[in-house]
Design a protein around this ligand. Structure first.
Ligand code: NAD
Length: 366
């Protein structure tokens, strides 16, 4: 049976970069027999303009029945003045929560041709390929109780009459187990090494995290598990990032670590991401936004969107072979010296969005 995909181009450069990913998708169907069909939907500002809602019911329904969704980006100055609850970004938050996308996969991959773009020395990062698996729907961002209230006088001498702010870090065994499984499943498609990052020397919640991840590891004897405290992990990511394969961690730690890892690669136009649920249904999207400053000018780098499509093939369609092919084609065009403006640096003549997409298609082979 054909896989069913939903494309949500969105706003700004979203439609431009998704069009290039679609070109790659069509080539995979025509040349390699990928059985796939797709349709397009509205999200973000484009959906507000057409239907007055950043996530119309028809879009949500289409995403629910699709095997996977590929999104461009949402938002832009045009919609900044409208009320917060119906802004473009709300569409994105809602689709993530409606589909129960609890596992956020953020690769930090650095093609060796771009090693000069990193803030670290090229030899530390050339060929970097790590995957951060971040729990996305639990942890301290969602725990109860939360708030700001009038504080009591405290035995440690803190004066009364002051306000206190508080959030609660909660993880259930179920939540830890399913994110651990996502990490091991992803590791099986890679170098089979999982590093679980926590703060088990201080937090009881992390103690449970460590215990459950260790238990789940027994079901994956082909994979190696290690544990690391988050402070050390932050340090190791900038000291020797290539030691990692898959990092699995909670929502807050993952938020910070994935941004550190992203910066190691130096370029926002190259970074894909995925958020998936237990049915391996996923939302795949570039990390970058709608880039209103370059929208409509054929300047956007489409590689993050194309690499998001590669993730979709690997994680939702189980076509790691085609994902490898797409990633190799991207490496190929970079080796050929093609650069969009964001990667060109001084001197070189940048190629446009469309030319970059066409070059990737040409590099896919037959
Ligand atoms: P941005 O990522 O859109 O742009 C930041 C800078 O990076 C800009 O100079 C832009 O030109 C450049 N850039 C981004 N992607 C690029 C690409 N593919 N090729 C070349 N250059 C690229 O972030 P921003 O400017 O903070 O936000 C712009 C809008 O996008 C805002 O409305 C914001 O809310 C929205 N946004 C959406 C998402 C999303 O849809 N997931 C994420 C972040 C921001």
């Amino acid at each position: 049976m054909s896989a069913r995909l939903l494309l949500l181009p969105g706003d700004g450069i979203g439609p431009e970069v998704v069009a290039e990913a679609e070109r790659v998708l069509a080539a995979l169907r025509d040349r390699f027999g990928l059985e796939v069909e797709w349709s397009e939907g509205l999200i973000g500002g484009a959906a507000i303009d057409a239907e007055g809602d950043p996530l119309p019911a028809s879009t949500l329904e289409a995403a629910r029945v699709a095997d996977a969704t590929l999104l461009g980006a949402v938002g832009g100055p045009k919609w900044e003045a409208i009320e917060r609850s119906i802004r473009p970004e709300r569409g994105l938050l809602r689709i993530r929560s409606e589909l129960g996308l609890y596992a956020n996969l953020r690769p930090a991959m650095l093609f060796k041709e771009l090693a000069g773009a990193s803030s670290l020395r090229p030899e530390l990062v050339a060929g970097l390929d790590i995957l951060i698996v971040r729990e996305l729907t639990g942890g301290i961002y969602f725990g109860q109780p939360r708030g700001i209230r009038q504080g009591e006088p405290h035995p440690d001498g803190r004066p009364g009459g002051q306000r206190v702010g508080f959030n609660t870090l909660v993880y259930s065994e179920f939540e830890i187990e399913r994110i651990a499984r996502s990490a091991f499943e992803a590791a099986r498609k890679r170098d089979k090494r999982v590093c679980s990052v926590d703060k088990a020397n201080v937090l009881e919640c992390s103690e449970l995290w460590r215990e459950v991840v260790t238990r789940v590891a027994a079901d994956y004897p082909d994979c190696e598990l290690s544990h690391m405290y988050v402070d050390n992990a932050a340090m190791q990511l900038v000291r020797a990032p290539k030691q990692f394969d898959v990092i699995v961690t909670g929502n807050l730690f993952g938020d910070v670590l994935s941004d550190i890892a992203a910066m190691l690669t130096g370029s926002i136009g190259m970074l894909p991401s995925a958020s998936v649920n237990e049915k391996a249904q996923g939302l795949y999207e570039p990390v970058h936004g709608s880039a209103p400053d370059i929208a409509g000018q054929d300047k956007a780098n489409p590689l993050a969107a194309i690499l998001s499509l590669a993730m979709l093939l690997r994680h939702s369609l189980d076509r790691g072979d085609l994902a490898d092919r797409v990633e190799a084609a991207v490496a190929g065009v970079l080796a050929d010296g093609l650069r969009t403006g964001d990667l060109a640096g001084e001197g070189g003549t940048p190629v446009g969005t469309r030319a970059m997409g066409e070059a990737v298609v040409a590099r896919l082979g037959n």
